[in-house]
Design a protein around this ligand. Structure first.
Ligand SMILES: [Zn+2]
Ligand SMILES: [Zn+2]
Ligand SMILES: [Zn+2]
Ligand SMILES: [Zn+2]
Ligand SMILES: [Zn+2]
Ligand SMILES: [Zn+2]
Ligand SMILES: [Zn+2]
Length: 1754
């Protein structure tokens, strides 16, 4: 590009060319002070090579640099010609077993979900394809640039660390061998010398900060006054701002400015002006002035050209070093040594340190060059990687500080290299123990978050934009911490323990700053004024979630560490909440004779915080302890004695109460920020280290407390203590307090509290809490997700918490709990819960949101009803608790709990007022169910010596325990069983009573059987209920049956509509338009039907009535009545094109009369089939237009349709349309005159027509020479013998009504305008041609679709297609009536002359270059214009027949001339049939006429077969054409699928079965015609192989073949570089599915101008490839793109699915993708049907955001 802008090439300094590398190197070898020598050389030559003008000439510069600068170094290094030296080094080298390929942007990378140690381990494509992971569950992504292939790194892979290629190298590797042994002493010494000098030079010059002065040893003697104005990249200004500013500042064109901006963005800097200091300074000040208004100004420097020159060479040098060390690992090692060698200034003075520490000052291009050098040197050498890692860790704080100040993205910062060391387990551990890395990272992090409140907690409240920006940057430190922790140690050394715990201390300090941050107070009275900041705190929590989990994992792997960490964590928690704070006075609570002391604290009145990471970490560690061996064997060793359970539970409980109160509506005035926080607290992204751990903490606390005490404290925190501690409070409550809101609030709080108790007892699926393993936990999650509804894989993944192996973890259990259902043509594959898993369903599963809970409840009840089970959803059987938590179950049978249960049941029995709710009761029932299950399990597992202490059944049988003098819980349940208002819960109560009896029986049979007290009552009760129950059972059965029948019926109905969607649609359409005259009805079933000619089957006149969809008025279609129209859409099309490189160059001059057989640009018409009055439509369209104008003025919004171009949506079905077609009766019947004479045969007819044409041409000539008309005219008229009955002056009267005529013009003009893309002009002579062409093209395209799908020609066609073809054909046939007769006659004459030559038409296309079907349609439809002036008695039908026969014969000749000439010896000996000998004879004639140029084919069988196959499409199209033209019903035979129907078609078309007979019958004239066709020079050229021609039958176009495996597409695209900006990788490679071109889409570089507007590569491509319509695959996004015109587009689901039957738009999940052929066929069908534009329209109507996208820039 640069060379385009600056064509002058400067002459090359001769002295440069005369340099000899060998000589210079020789001089250097002798030198005493090599450094000085080399520097002098550089000082002299570098400015002579680089930066000689405004624009760089990279090729010239590189060439000269190699010759003058690098060449000598290579000579010096090798000590001989490097052409020999380097290969020698290469041979001696033992290559590394590491791949280390550095990824470019967009390059595919692969990871193995089964074997990668962590997700950062990736392979390059080549290694992946040669590895075992190919057949594993891999994941692919596209690289964002940076990073390298981990092939060969044994630490990165659990299995298969080497690919085939790198495996080879491993055998030769001896451990830790010094690569220098392969080099000679000399080479080592020289390499060392030259590397040291050059590396130092590069570092020095790149980090040089002065703008016009060079380092002393590089300063030149004479210095020119040439400067560059250098523009630097920043992340603040947009492309547009930069482009705009540049145009102003340096007076360049927009194109140049774009070029500058693109380079600045890519390389980080670009000179925008070259000249003397003043000149550059001026540009600088303009740029700075223009960009400093809102933000900080763009960075601009005026630099002396020699500095820029040296810097450019410095970069070149680094790349050179990178490539030189590729020759030998020994050279690499020397470079590493040189780089890390400490300089004279001690600490941090090595070259590597210097580069790293100036990273943030360097521009992008320089950074990426040196980062790449580091990657290919230091990171490839295991010894130096370690040393480098140490340097990196030592500089870590400084580097991070620099990064905070730097405004570039992290990808171009040296800090991003952390992933390379920190994820390598041994390195990470080494850095932890030796460099205390964990502590350093965490402390650095803390240093950057300085804002604290009075208690030392983080405070994000008043963050400025800059602080927020830094906060975002600082998060990358958490990422580093994550890397360090990614792999747990398998072995612990004492040092590691010590350093880890030090790091843990630092981490606790961090968490301490979060404990209690962002506290909130309930807002009463007014709504809060400003939503408080909450996101920052949650972002921090979210980012840390993973780290917290990993910290716990580390602790879990070593008991000593775990116990130490536990103690530390506890100590910090004590610090946070040591003792009771001031003002929180103790109070005493008592219920049922139990009492406890607690503090006075109200969540609703005092401060409360959601952030409690220290408590939660302790909870996590406690669970781990519980799981550990110590807990089982020596629990006394655990540091549990220091725990104060009330202190532990206090804060988590407050947090849970807060959630309950928010739910109860008590915190409404605190606004959305609180709602959001509560949402995230429970959300899958946070819950693991928030909500879940709070539940665990409560479980921990309760397991160490008297459950009665706990329950009282809980009641108090829920502010419900009064209600349950005061007898009969409920009654008083509902009678005294009339405030309904408060009552409801309390109801909700009670519900929430019961829910919490259910969770505390029921949630035992975390390993350590219950006796389960990780698989059980995830299984349970999946079961509950699938209880809501069947889900796709990705949905399930989203609903599970993230951890490194979550997907493989999920996959290992999913088979056990779910069935997979494959997807259909649309939709996704779904997992469905196995029925046997339903019994594990827990309605109160703690991860359900409220909405999910009610959905799941509904789904599960429905399932039960379907299985005819009772609808109770009892609690599932639970696994036992771990010993530390075992006492938790006692909550269920504690006195206070029984009191709460009793109270609520009592309320339910009394059922007065609204102070209780069904949910409350449901929860109590669930709790009772849990208790029964628990007791049952205890009894089942009881051993001889133990007594089951869980005696819930006994306790609930005793009356009067709880509310004084109340009946027993059991008795109340029995009462409630019959309560009419509790219908829904009856099943559950029945289940409880049944289980109660079962448990009781067990207890009786067990050794320690308690006395059965209440059995009698139960028995009694049940017998009393017996007949009542019987009656109920019957009623229930009847109800179920009714329900089932209803369900079946609605199911059937739904099913029917689903399955018959198409049919349903059609019937709707049928209803809407009665136009569907069933002409397939057997009008004349017995006789042979003939579609044309004098023998045409006469069809009785059919009256046609249609209804307007707009006014609902019915009207008959008649010649003289008002026009009825169909909404239609006309578009250009290349769907059938056989030559995509051809398109209309100059539409104003283009002559469409003859369609080339390559069908390169057609006009297609489609319609939705909806009928309107012409005037109704016009009114509708006017209103659309007016509305649109108003809308555009108001808001600059677009619509999915372009009103200015005549587009509108069908008022009924919203189908995109741009014109209307009038409905007509068969037009031939109107013009056909009676047959009153014998009809001429073909020969006679051709003669007559030729005479008429001659006469017309003569008259035409007369008219065009009017000057001496008066004198000569009379003579000439005498001269002209007018054929008999021909009256050229006759002008027929147009039979159509004004309104129909108007519509004929409207549609004709629209076709002309769209088809040629010109301005509408109804007078243009090409209008009728375009109408005929569109008719022919549309028929051809429909014939193709039917053939491709093997459908019969006249099978049931969708109504809309049938209507469209009929109207289109009839319209085309009637259009001549509104055109000029002489124009149409002129077209006819010319078309006719192409087959029957006459003198006045020359230069007509030869018959090889004419599409015969288009010719046929044109001739037939133009003929009436001639025939109307013929009164000799030749009928229209006769003409049609002869035209058809003539064209058919021409087509046969066309086929024979182009028939495949390969010899096919089959069947030669068979007795030849009549057709075969006839065709052979004809072929011989042709052979003769072509002067033997035609190859001889002796096989008539072969020829006849080619003719039959070649002519079929033409015959089918003709049959459709005449069928719609004349309205003759189609023969029933052709309506069914089956064989080719050749004979039936011939009969219908009035052709002999032996087509060759046509020639024989008309040999008189045909011989001369054939001769004239063959004489054409083009035919000769073709036969001599000088040109090509289309062969028949033409094959259908298909979309390109796509590979089965999507990764091969990505690979292909990653190798694709932008064709315009020399070798740059394209950012959005996009594949045209029509022709297979790869394009560089959505990018400035490949924009081109189209019709005066800049458009992207895709839009530009659609204009040549698809005449405006395009189908693309965006490879990196895995997304299909539809484009139409400049403004329309949509994305479409790609035809690639993963193993779970899902697409992956955006390649976010990265599962292997495979081609789904059916879906791809569907896309192809859309294309074949010309429905792409329509599809876009529907997509845009459905999703308005699609309208706003700048599609033309893609
Ligand atoms: Zn590789
Ligand atoms: Zn490899
Ligand atoms: Zn693998
Ligand atoms: Zn109407
Ligand atoms: Zn419609
Ligand atoms: Zn294409
Ligand atoms: Zn490009």
């Amino acid at each position: 590009m640069a060379s385009e802008l600056e064509p002058e090439v400067q002459a090359i300094d001769r002295s440069l060319l005369e340099c000899s590398a060998e000589e210079i190197a020789g001089k250097w070898l002798q030198a005493t002070d090599l450094t000085r020598e080399v520097y002098q050389h550089l000082a002299h030559y570098v400015p002579k090579i680089y930066c000689r003008g405004p624009n760089p000439f990279p090729q010239k510069e590189d060439m000269l640099a190699q010759h003058v600068l690098l060449g000598p170094m290579e000579w010096y290094l090798c000590g001989e010609d490097p052409a020999f030296g380097f290969p020698k080094l290469e041979q001696a080298n033992k290559p590394s077993h590491l791949c280390g390929r550095v990824f470019k942007v967009g390059e595919p990378t692969y990871s193995c979900r089964d074997c990668a140690v962590d997700p950062t381990c990736v392979l390059c494509m080549e290694c992946f394809l040669g590895s075992i992971h190919r057949d594993h569950r891999y994941r692919m992504t596209t690289s964002g640039g940076g990073g390298f292939c981990d092939c060969g790194d044994t630490e990165a892979w659990k299995e298969g660390p080497y690919c085939q290629k790198h495996e080879l190298n491993t055998s030769e590797i001896e451990e830790e061998e010094d690569p220098l042994v392969h080099l000679s002493e000399d080479v080592i010494a020289r390499t060392y010398n030259i590397f040291a000098i050059m590396f130092r030079y590069a570092v020095e010059i790149l980090t040089w900060e002065k703008e016009s002065e060079l380092p002393a040893d590089l300063e030149m003697v004479e210095k020119s006054d040439t400067y560059y104005c250098m523009l630097f990249n920043d992340e603040v200004h947009t492309y547009e701002q930069v482009i705009y500013t540049l145009q102003k500042a340096v007076n360049c064109t927009q194109k140049e400015a774009i070029g500058f901006a693109t380079t600045v963005d890519r390389d980080g800097r670009r000179s925008v002006r070259y000249g003397d200091f003043q000149y550059c300074e001026q540009a600088k000040s303009v740029i700075v002035r223009n960009t400093s208004r809102q933000t900080k100004p763009l960075k601009v420097q005026v630099m002396h050209s020699s500095i820029v020159a040296h810097q450019n060479f410095g970069l070149k040098l680094l790349s050179w070093l990178g490539s030189i060390i590729g020759y030998s690992d020994g050279l690499r090692r020397i470079l590493c040594q040189v780089g890390l060698q400490e300089g004279p200034d001690g600490e941090n003075s090595s070259l590597v340190d210097r580069l790293m520490l100036s990273d943030s000052k360097l521009w992008k291009g320089a950074r990426s060059v040196y980062h790449q050098l580091f990657m290919s040197s230091l990171l490839m050498d295991l010894k130096y990687k370690k040393l480098f890692a140490v340097r990196f860790a030592k500089n870590y704080q400084q580097l991070q500080r620099d990064f905070m100040e730097d405004d570039h993205e992290r990808a171009v910062s040296v800090t991003a290299l952390s992933v390379q060391f920190f994820t390598a387990p041994t390195l990470a551990r080494m850095l932890i123990t030796e460099e205390n890395l964990m502590s350093i990272i965490i402390k650095t992090f803390m240093d950057h978050l300085r804002h604290r409140d009075a208690q030392g907690r983080f405070q994000f409240e008043r963050y400025t934009a800059l602080q927020a920006f830094k906060f975002r940057r600082v998060q990358s430190l958490i990422l580093d911490l994550k890397y360090v922790l990614i792999s747990k140690p398998t072995e612990w050394s004492d040092e590691l323990r010590q350093k880890f715990l030090e790091g843990f201390d630092a981490f606790l300090e961090l968490l301490k700053c979060m404990q209690g941050m962002d506290p909130i107070t309930r807002q009463v009275g007014q709504h809060i004024e400003m939503e408080p900041e909450w996101e920052a705190a949650f972002t921090l929590q979210m980012k840390l979630t993973h780290v917290i989990s990993m910290m716990q994992d580390w602790c879990a792997s070593d008991e000593k560490v775990l116990i130490e960490a536990y103690k530390k964590c506890l100590a910090v928690l004590m610090q946070c909440h040591g003792g009771y704070t001031d003002g929180e006075q103790p109070i005493t609570l008592s219920i049922c004779g139990h009492s406890v002391e607690t503090i006075r604290y109200c969540v609703s009145q005092e401060k409360v915080s959601i952030h409690l990471p220290v408590s939660r970490l302790l909870a996590g560690l406690h669970v781990l302890l519980s799981k550990s061996e110590v807990a089982y064997k020596f629990p006394e060793l655990l540091p549990l004695s220091e725990l104060s359970p009330p202190m532990l539970i206090e804060h988590p409980l407050r947090c849970l109460v807060l959630c309950a109160q928010v739910h109860a509506g008590m915190w409404r005035r605190n606004g959305f920020s609180l709602v959001n926080q509560i949402y995230y607290y429970h959300n899958v992204k946070c819950r693991r280290e928030m909500f879940d751990k709070d539940v665990v903490m409560l479980q921990t606390g309760v397991s160490m407390m008297d459950p009665n005490h706990f329950l009282m404290i809980m009641l108090s925190r829920f502010e419900l203590y009064q209600i349950f501690s005061t007898p009969d409070y409920g009654k008083r409550f509902s009678s005294e307090i009339t405030h309904k809101d408060v009552v409801q609030q309390n109801n909700t709080l009670i519900e929430e509290m019961l829910y919490l108790i259910i969770m505390l007892v029921g949630e035992r699926f975390s390993p350590g809490v219950g006796q389960v393993n990780a698989t059980d936990e995830i299984k349970r999650e999946i079961i509950h997700q699938l209880s809501i509804k069947p889900m796709a894989h990705s949905e399930l993944v989203k609903s599970l918490p993230e951890d490194e192996n979550k997907e493989t973890g999920m996959e290992s259990v999913i088979e056990a709990v779910a069935h997979f259902k494959k997807p259909g043509l649309t939709g996704r594959g779904m997992y469905e819960l196995k029925p046997e898993c339903a019994k594990e369903f827990n309605l109160y599963f703690y991860h359900f949101s409220r909405a999910e809970q009610s959905k799941a409840e509904e789904a599960q009840r429905k399932l039960k009803r379907q299985n005819r089970e009772d609808a109770a959803l009892p609690p599932p059987v639970l696994p036992p608790f771990c010993p530390l938590f075992a006492s938790l179950v006692n909550i269920l049978q504690s006195d206070v709990m029984l009191c709460i249960m009793g109270t609520i049941l009592q309320w339910a029995v009394e059922h007065n007022g609204y102070a209780w709710s069904e949910s409350m009761l449901q929860r109590v029932l669930h709790l009772i169910g849990m208790a029964l299950q628990e007791e049952k399990q205890h009894l089942e597992n009881v051993t001889e010596e133990h007594v089951v202490t869980f005696t819930f059944t006994q306790k609930i049988s005793k009356p009067g325990e709880a509310p004084k003098n109340s009946p027993s819980i059991l008795a109340m349940l029995e009462t409630l069983q019959n309560a009419p208002y509790l219908e829904v819960h009856k099943d559950m109560i029945r289940w409880i009573l049944k289980t109660f009896n079962a448990v009781k029986k067990m207890r009786e049979s067990s050794p320690t059987s308690p006395v059965a007290e209440t059995e009698g009552t139960i028995m009694e009760e049940s017998s009393r209920d017996k007949d009542k129950a019987e009656r109920k059972r019957k009623a229930e059965i009847a109800r179920l049956r009714r329900e089932k029948i209803m369900a079946q019926m609605s199911e059937m109905q739904r099913h029917f509509i689903d399955e018959n969607k198409e049919l349903f649609q059609q019937t709707l359409e049928l209803d809407a338009s009665t136009s569907a005259v069933l002409d397939n009805s057997p009008v004349a079933s017995d006789m042979t039907l003939t579609a044309l000619g004098p023998a045409q089957t006469q069809v009785p006149e059919q009256r046609q009535f249609v209804t307007c969809i707009l006014c609902q008025e019915e009207q008959e279609v008649k010649v003289e009545s008002r026009a009825m129209v169909l909404a239609a859409f006309v578009q250009r099309s290349t769907v059938l094109s056989k030559n995509r490189s051809k398109f209309i160059q100059d539409p104003e001059k283009y002559d469409p009369l003859f369609m080339h057989p390559d069908l390169s640009c057609g006009t297609h018409t489609s319609s939705c089939g909806h009928i309107m009055h012409a005037h109704c439509w016009q009114r509708y369209f006017d209103s659309v237009q007016a509305k649109e104008q108003r809308r555009q003025q108001r808001l600059r919004l677009h619509t999915s349709y372009d009103v200015e171009n005549g587009e509108f949506l069908c008022p009924l079905c919203e189908c995109l349309s741009n014109t209307v077609i009038p409905l007509l009766l068969p037009p031939r019947n109107i013009f056909n005159k009676l047959n009153f004479s014998d009809q001429p045969n073909l020969t006679q007819w051709i003669r007559t027509i030729s005479q008429q044409i001659k006469a017309l041409q003569f008259l035409r000539k007369e008219e065009s020479t009017p000057n001496n008309a008066s004198t000569k005219n009379s003579e000439n008229v005498d001269e002209l013998q007018l054929p008999e009955g021909f009256r050229p002056d006759f002008r027929p009267k147009n039979p159509y009504s004004e309104s129909i005529k108007e519509m004929l013009t409207t549609f004709g003009t629209a076709t002309y305008k769209v088809g040629l893309k010109v301005h509408p002009n109804e007078e243009d002579p090409r209008v009728p041609i375009m109408c005929w062409g569109s008719c022919a093209y549309t028929i051809q395209s429909i014939e193709r679709i039917l053939s491709d799908e093997d459908k019969p020609l006249f099978g049931p066609l969708p109504c809309r297609l049938d209507d469209c073809l009929r109207s289109l054909t009839r319209f085309a046939a009637a259009h001549w009536t509104v055109a000029s007769v002489s124009v149409v006659q002129g077209h006819f004459c010319k078309l006719f002359a192409s087959l029957v030559p006459n003198d006045s038409h020359e230069e007509l296309p030869c018959i090889l270059d004419i599409d015969m079907f288009h010719l046929l349609v044109g001739l037939v439809l133009a003929f009436p214009a001639l025939q109307c002036q013929d009164f000799s008695g030749i009928s229209l039908c006769t003409g049609d027949l002869h035209i058809f026969h003539l064209v058919t014969m021409a087509h046969i000749i066309q086929i024979l001339l182009t028939s495949c000439t390969e010899e096919n010896g089959m069947d030669q000996e068979n007795p030849t049939c009549e057709e075969e000998s006839a065709v052979l004879a004809l072929y011989k004639t042709l052979h003769q006429y072509t002067g033997s140029a035609l190859k001889e084919i002796p096989s008539g069988w072969h020829l006849w077969r080619s003719v039959r196959a070649g002519i079929m499409p033409f015959l089918k199209c003709s049959a459709l054409f005449f069928h719609y033209l004349n309205g003759v019903p189609s023969p029933p035979d052709i309506q069914v699928p089956g064989t080719s129907h050749f004979e039936h078609l011939c009969n219908y078309l009035s052709l002999p079965n032996n087509l060759i007979c046509l020639f024989q019958e008309n040999s008189e004239i045909m011989n001369s015609l054939i001769e004239s066709w063959c004489r054409n020079s083009e035919v000769k050229r073709y036969l001599e192989g000088e040109r090509d021609a289309i062969r028949y039958p033409r094959e259908s176009n298909k979309l390109i073949n796509l590979p089965e495996d999507y990764s091969s597409l990505i690979n292909q695209a990653s190798n694709f570089s932008c064709p315009k900006s020399g070798g740059d990788k394209s950012r959005a490679p996009t594949l045209c599915l029509v022709c297979g071109s790869l394009l560089c889409s959505q990018s400035y570089c490949c924009q081109t101008e189209l019709e005066g507007e800049d458009v992207g590569a895709c839009t530009a491509h659609t204009y040549s490839c698809g005449s405006g319509v395009g189908i693309f695959l965006r490879v990196r996004e895995c997304q299909v793109l539809f484009l139409a015109g400049k403004t329309k587009g949509c994305f479409y689901s790609p035809p690639y699915l993963d193993d779970y039957g899902e697409t992956d738009q955006g390649l976010r999940r990265g599962n292997p993708l495979h081609l789904c052929k059916e879906r791809f066929k569907k896309i192809q069908k859309l294309w074949h049907q010309h429905s792409v534009t329509e599809e876009i329209g529907h997509a845009q109507e459905a999703n308005q955001t699609l309208v706003g996208i700048d599609w033309q820039h893609l």
